[in-house]
Design a protein around this ligand. Structure first.
Ligand SMILES: [Zn+2]
Length: 272
């Protein structure tokens, strides 16, 4: 943990210091070796929060983007269950910063507990399995309403550059039913798409960590770039897509929005 109580102040670990856990009140020892991140650990028992994950520099970097009083905030549910969130914004959104993989049960338990939350997932362990392909128009735009995209997949070079069917060619079909027909290519819409672009792309995740695709709350993957990659479903064809969101915009919205679902949805512009 980053913080312990010492003389009623939240302080960071320093060599030989002792403190108290804010959540369970037991003794914490400062761990300040040269190889691991300086942190606090419970003296006798394991961490009092079974959900707690050992912190990496990556965790710490995310936490440090937020004010100190927003980091390591515990939440008590109506039934008395208690856990420590990595970050809670002053507007009431919980942020869980997750490096390790999780089971569906673990993920669901946290989503049910925090409810108004987002995930920030460390993507570096699976970066080479995650390809981001062509731009997509904003899902609610006029041009998007007529288009059903062919699913991009690694090595499918045509689809990965942007191939699609049109509902106007197939008036009896809907986005949910249209599976074939005359194929159109990106060239037809490229200019209009570039002008309308708001960060949506096709992608393929080879051997995905499937639990993140089933999440009921917003999931943002951090591959170490200046933007994060939000997992989304694009339209009624059930096409999965990603949206690139600048980290700056993400942090801004976490601090100003009150509902996790509204993050990165308004007044949105991204550099092409
Ligand atoms: Zn504790």
């Amino acid at each position: 943990m980053q913080y312990a109580l010492v003389d009623h102040q939240r302080i960071e670990a320093r060599p030989k210091k002792r403190g108290k856990c804010e959540m369970c009140g037991s003794l914490l020892i400062a761990k300040c070796g040269s190889r691991k991140l300086h942190h606090w650990a419970h003296f006798r028992e394991r961490n009092c929060d079974p959900w707690w994950e050992n912190e990496t520099q990556w965790h710490r970097d995310w936490k440090n983007l937020f004010p100190k009083e927003c980091r390591e905030i515990y939440h008590v549910a109506d039934d008395g269950e208690i856990h420590r969130a990595d970050i809670k914004s002053s507007t009431g959104i919980y942020i869980e910063v997750q490096h390790s993989s999780m089971t569906d049960q673990e993920r669901e338990a946290r989503e049910n507990f925090y409810k108004n939350m987002i995930w920030i997932v460390d993507g570096t362990p699976f970066k080479n399995n995650f390809d981001i392909y062509h731009m997509l128009p904003p899902p609610n735009s006029k041009m998007a309403k007529d288009i059903v995209w062919a699913k991009a997949k690694r090595h499918m070079n045509g689809a990965n550059a942007g191939m699609f069917f049109r509902l106007s060619d197939n008036p009896k079909e809907t986005k949910a039913t249209l599976k074939g027909g005359l194929l159109h290519s990106m060239r037809e819409v490229k200019e209009e798409l570039e002008n309308a672009y708001d960060g949506h792309h096709q992608y393929d995740w080879v051997r995905p960590r499937g639990t993140w695709l089933d999440s009921k709350v917003p999931v943002f993957i951090d591959f170490g770039d200046c933007y994060v990659v939000q997992l989304m479903t694009y339209d009624e064809s059930k096409l999965r897509c990603v949206r690139l969101v600048s980290k700056q915009k993400l942090v801004h919205d976490i601090n100003t929005e009150t509902k996790a679902d509204n993050i990165a949805t308004r007044f949105y512009k991204i550099e092409k």
